[in-house]
Write a protein that binds this ligand. Structure first.
Ligand SMILES: [Zn+2]
Ligand SMILES: [Zn+2]
Length: 235
């Protein structure tokens, strides 16, 4: 764990989509620094991707100093909010239930479902609670698929990139190319880099895939090749 300290009220960019002030303690006149665990931010970025690149808002607490934690949750003296490894969030366009499910799939090990938001943290061992009815009810799953720690699981991998809506070919770049590369990589093209650049290796892999699938070998991932890729990976 690598927790870092930031100045409360001073915006520092933590990652592509999160800034330090979003996690500032919400207490009044209590503290001047904000602790944030970098692994929490990594996970939140993953969650954002998994949700389809929609914004995640820290609508409740991020970091809490000791004083503020006692004010809001007197019973808990070791809240994960106090080490900066927890956040109370909402994902835009998703219900708290859907958010909890996505958080589970993303690999968050501490999830508490509330009526209006979801608490996520990185505790060990894993513990999920449903607190929508007021009291803590332990739940084993929110219906998500937690990634296996050892890779020994047989569950299907999930592509973190959104499926392209237009043909992907040489000249295309970015996440739609990553989507294609990720899918090809799950098949027989293991050493293909998922770098968003449609280079000669990607072109060769696309053509080889099209040939194997008896599709038109044009090196362009249109609707037919796209759905063939999805089907092949789902198998
Ligand atoms: Zn505080
Ligand atoms: Zn919380």
């Amino acid at each position: 764990m690598a927790e870092k300290t930031y100045k409360r009220g001073v915006t520092t960019k933590l990652s592509a989509n999160f800034k330090s002030t979003e996690f500032d303690c919400k207490g009044k006149g209590c503290c001047s620094t904000t602790k944030i665990e970098s692994k929490l931010i990594d996970k939140l970025e993953q969650l954002r991707k998994l949700a389809g690149n929609v914004s995640i808002n820290v609508t409740g607490s991020g970091y809490r100093c000791k004083k503020h934690n006692a004010e809001v949750d007197g019973a808990s003296t070791n809240s994960n909010h106090m080490t900066g490894s927890a956040a109370d969030i909402n994902i835009k366009g998703r219900t708290p239930k859907e958010t909890a499910k996505l958080a589970e799939t993303c690999g968050f090990t501490g999830i508490i479902l509330y009526k209006t938001f979801v608490h996520v943290d990185l505790r060990s061992p894993k513990h999920f609670y449903d607190k929508t009815s007021g009291s803590y009810k332990t739940v084993s799953t929110f219906g998500g698929k937690a990634p296996s720690a050892s890779g020994g699981s047989t569950s299907k991998p999930k592509c973190p990139y959104a499926a392209p809506t237009k043909a992907v070919k040489q000249g295309t770049s970015g996440n739609s190319v990553k989507w294609v590369q990720w899918h090809l990589k799950q098949l027989t093209y293991k050493d293909l880099a998922v770098d968003g650049k449609f280079g000669s290796k990607t072109l060769a892999a696309v053509k080889a895939f099209q040939k194997a699938q008896k599709l038109e070998v044009d090196g362009s991932v249109g609707p037919a090749t796209r759905s063939a890729l999805q089907k092949a990976v789902a198998k």
